[in-house]
Design a protein around this ligand. Sequence first.
Ligand SMILES: Nc1ncnc2c1ncn2[C@@H]1O[C@H](COP(=O)(O)OP(=O)(O)OP(=O)(O)O)[C@@H](O)[C@H]1O
Length: 212
Amino acid sequence: MLIAKNLSHSFDYLLFENVNLQINPKDKIAIIGSSGSGKSTLLHILSALLKPQNGIVEYEGKDIYSISEKELIEIRKKEFGIIFQFHYLFNTFTALENLQAAAILAQREVDMKLLERLKIKDVINQNIQTLSGGQQQRVSIARVLTKHPKIIFADEPTGNLDKENANEVIDVLFEYCDENNAALLTVTHDYEIAKRFERVYELKDKRLNIWK
Ligand SMILES: Nc1ncnc2c1ncn2[C@@H]1O[C@H](COP(=O)(O)OP(=O)(O)OP(=O)(O)O)[C@@H](O)[C@H]1O
């Protein structure tokens, strides 16, 4: 589905080199590593947001940084779902309006069962700015799943949540992948959360090594 070959990237210093990774349907992959090791940068490269200085990223056989801008926008819009550390929701809209906007763009419906699973059904008519950080994070996860992506890229998706809610969010993401033949790639600081994933890599000493 997605193959990354020989990626390397630097900003002020070399972040990583010779990174290779393959993502298949239903894969659940976590990337751990210390702060500043380049986890978010790698996630951006894999999710079509940042061209790597070296190496290629292929999605369904096509090098995503060589295809036309139009094709790339279509992949970003329809195939990839990105959960950022910051939610980027429309602050003056209600939670439901945010989800409806995503549903209209993706020609899908808002799934009420999903809102129940994410424990945001009761706050769905509140403005985003009146929700807690954890509730905002769960709305942003619901928004991404409403699109029905083939690959979910998540940057610290449980960062604002307590242990119980964090585990429930991971359950929802895993279920989504199993039911929709989709894949999940998560960046996390949380080793307890990482242990729940089938495959875990650690970004360390400028390399992506298998951790589990
Ligand atoms: N656009 C940018 N321009 C310059 N430097 C950047 C840019 N993006 C990231 N960096 C630098 O690259 C390094 C790695 O950042 P990155 O966010 O990928 O790390 P991380 O492992 O995700 O960190 P954290 O766990 O703290 O979120 C940092 O030193 C950061 O300042």
